[in-house]
Design a protein around this ligand. Structure first.
Ligand SMILES: CC(C)(COP(=O)(O)OP(=O)(O)OC[C@H]1O[C@@H](n2cnc3c(N)ncnc32)[C@H](O)[C@@H]1OP(=O)(O)O)[C@@H](O)C(=O)NCCC(=O)NCCS
Length: 168
């Protein structure tokens, strides 16, 4: 097997992305059109992981506003003109292909943010992935009541996390 690698998404990748999302996030379902909108609004932030021409993972990210969390399965409508963070919506890789690949995606997103003059990466960590994101330099933000309400759709363990690129 050739080493898996990330490439930009194509519209034709949508069924594979949706299938992986349904398998890895059964409790956090999102409609294919919601993924497609992100791919259309921010093609540079959306990538798939391929291994022998098969799609085995995806990463979706787009410019956004700090301390604002797009609710799951909702359309963004448009990107903010005054974006101050690059928001990593999701990274998901099939179990057999994990190990070192998320790091490559995050590095690509970091480069994208720097090129766009954006100084912060943001994400919502779900399940028990907080230590994994801490490995990449993300820090949990203490959520106020408003942020907690927005986190609700992401499940109980959801944590809003930021990574300051200037500090890296
Ligand atoms: C999140 C995910 C994409 C990570 O993929 P991966 O290829 O295993 O990640 P990587 O190996 O590139 O990087 C993870 C880093 O954190 C470490 N790590 C991996 N799992 C970890 C865990 N559960 N706790 C702490 N550290 C962890 C790795 O050792 C690595 O650090 P290192 O490079 O210093 O050794 C994969 O686990 C996945 O698809 N999970 C299910 C979906 C998910 O939870 N997505 C995140 C939504 S917020």
């Amino acid at each position: 097997m050739t080493k898996p690698h990330w490439r930009p998404t194509r519209t034709s990748d949508l069924p594979a992305i949706s299938a992986i999302a349904a398998r890895i996030h059964p409790g956090l379902a999102e409609r294919p059109d919601v993924f497609a909108e992100k791919m259309r609004l921010c093609p540079e932030g959306c990538r798939v992981l391929t291994a022998d021409d098969e799609i085995v993972g995806y990463g979706l990210a787009h410019p956004w506003r700090l301390n604002r969390i797009p609710p799951l399965d909702h359309f963004l409508e448009r990107l903010p003109g005054d974006a101050d963070c690059l928001y990593v919506h999701d990274v998901a890789v099939l179990p057999d292909f994990r190990g070192g690949v998320a790091r490559d995606y995050v590095t690509a997103i970091e480069e994208l943010a720097r090129a766009a003059g954006i100084a912060t990466l943001a994400l919502v960590s779900v399940y028990a992935t907080r230590p994994l994101w801490e490995r990449f330099g993300f820090r949990p933000v203490t959520a106020d009541a408003e942020l907690r309400a927005k986190l609700a759709s992401y499940g109980e363990a959801a944590t809003y996390m930021l990574r300051d690129l200037a500090a890296a």
